[in-house]
Design a protein around this ligand. Structure first.
Ligand SMILES: Cc1cc2nc3c(=O)[nH]c(=O)nc-3n(C[C@H](O)[C@H](O)[C@H](O)COP(=O)(O)OP(=O)(O)OC[C@H]3O[C@@H](n4cnc5c(N)ncnc54)[C@H](O)[C@@H]3O)c2cc1C
Length: 447
């Protein structure tokens, strides 16, 4: 039986979800708080560009969009590290031919909305979800001129992001709703590196640039217009912090000491620093995500995570693919579909949330540590020789879309504990590629 499905939020996940559901023959309406970004030239909010990897691409492929999106993406084959002494180093993300993709959030979102409409999805703009009664199957929207309208649904998906109104109103209807919200002590600010005077990229284009500085870092992803979007992940408080960089002199002094090689590429960084906002980074875990066959949370509304694994959108896209597979399996039994969706995705959402927090330390600190780099070299060698036995944690998450996040977390933890022992071996720097070390690792792997 076909349903009348309401989706709250026409962001990346809501738009993709609508395509999957419309393809199954359901009547789908999306209600979006903002105006139509295709007409109003507004920003798509949050970060300007995103790293799209194999999980996201697989979900896009199922609706026939992967190739088109790849055409408007820039491959990033590895991390390009900028050390404080001016030296640089390239660290491949995976094996030859494995890469992640820098894509514009706005362009991707607009393409998804276009495709949704081509499949008959109706998108209503300037409609802010202001109340939900899932038992009565009613949702209220505040329209831009402060009028309210109530709409009935068979099934509602809350795809309205990290600060989801759908989640909040669902929570208000229930005493027993687990909710955990955790802000890290760093925020972020975006800055732009323009093209050179010749109109070229100012740095190596096919890489994600990182300036790791222990407690904080600057990163940069390339855009098709030959700019780079930089993001400064930086403490809110303390000696080196947003709250301390209050004058032009302080900003200049800090940037000159900390990111000397980035400054010539970004002549107006001081103006940008004071003009661009600081945003916070939150992890949200909650439960349950579903109610009977009538209500479900998806994407960031169900599991907002910090961006250090580049997986938030990828995970939300994967939610849509898995949900679609469950529809295929269970037919019209939506109670079963939603229950299985929650049972599968909740542990994976929790796992990628934890992996993402851990990766902050790796990116801002360890990428500049020779011991860590040696560890990665040993792991890459093992992966090359025994591709089924040893997959580095990063590759499991980024390039192995059929390994669940929860499995990647567990396997990664086991591998990390083995590697800690290996790295403590005396003289490891000299015998890292010896048979002795290899045997030690393989023995521990099967024990
Ligand atoms: C700095 C940063 C960098 C990131 N980088 C990456 C990356 O490289 N790779 C990656 O995979 N992920 C990345 N992410 C995560 C990614 O941005 C999110 O996971 C993704 O946007 C989630 O999509 P969503 O559709 O669930 O939510 P959103 O993109 O937040 O969309 C929610 C939509 O709901 C609408 N809405 C909100 N409230 C209401 C309401 N009350 N009524 C109606 N509509 C409403 C919003 O206007 C919006 O359109 C990054 C995030 C940040 C902050």
């Amino acid at each position: 039986m076909k349903k009348e499905i309401t989706i709250v939020g026409a962001g990346l996940v809501g738009s993709l979800l609508s395509i999957y559901l419309a393809k199954r023959g359901h009547k789908v309406r999306i209600y979006e708080r903002r105006g139509d970004m295709r007409k109003e030239h507004m920003s798509a909010g949050r970060s300007i560009n995103l790293a799209l990897s194999d999980r996201g691409l697989l979900a896009l492929d199922k609706v026939g969009l992967a190739e088109e999106i790849k055409q408007i993406s820039i491959p990033m084959h590895g991390r390009y590290i900028h050390n404080l002494d001016g030296s640089t180093a390239f660290q491949p993300y995976g094996k030859e031919g494995q890469y992640i993709n820098s894509v514009s959030r706005g362009t991707l979102n607009m393409k998804l909305m276009d495709l949704a409409e081509q499949h008959g999805v109706e998108i209503y703009y300037n409609q802010k979800c202001s109340a939900i009664d899932w038992k009565k199957q009613l949702v209220d929207f505040e329209i831009s001129n402060l009028e309210f309208q109530t709409t009935r649904f068979d099934l509602l998906f809350g795809a309205d992001g990290a600060f989801s109104a759908a989640r909040l109103h669902h929570q208000l209807q229930h005493e027993k709703f687990d909710y955990q919200q955790y802000y890290i002590d760093c925020g972020y600010k975006e800055l732009t590196i323009p093209p050179t005077a010749n109109g070229d990229f100012a740095m190596e284009v096919n890489a994600l640039h990182i300036w790791p500085r222990k407690d904080y870092m600057l990163i940069a992803l390339p855009n098709l217009d030959k700019t780079f979007t930089c993001t400064l992940f930086f403490p809110f408080e303390g000696e080196a912090s947003f709250s301390n960089l209050t004058t032009e002199e302080k900003v200049k002094d800090f940037f000159e000491k900390t990111f000397p090689d980035a400054l010539p590429l970004m002549p107006d960084y001081i103006t940008q620093f004071f003009n661009n906002p600081v945003s916070s980074l939150v992890t949200v875990k909650c439960f349950p995500w579903i109610r009977e066959d009538k209500f479900a949370l998806i994407g960031d509304a169900a599991h907002a995570i910090v961006p250090f694994f580049g997986q938030g959108m990828n995970c939300g896209f994967e939610d849509c693919r898995i949900l679609d597979e469950l529809i295929e399996k269970n037919g019209d039994d939506w109670q079963a579909i939603l229950q299985q969706y929650q049972a599968l995705r909740k542990p994976d959402g929790d796992a990628i949330a934890n992996l993402a927090i851990n990766n902050f330390t790796e990116m801002r600190d360890k990428t500049a540590d020779p011991k860590f780099l040696l560890q990665k070299k040993i792991e890459a060698r093992l992966h090359e020789k025994y591709p089924d036995k040893w997959i580095p944690a990063y590759s499991q998450v980024t390039f192995s879309p059929y390994i669940r996040y929860s499995e990647a977390l567990l396997r990664g933890q086991k591998q990390e504990s083995i590697m800690q022992q290996v790295m403590a071996t005396p003289g490891i720097e000299d015998k890292w590629n010896s048979e002795e070390v290899e045997k030690m690792i393989l023995k521990r792997l099967i024990s």
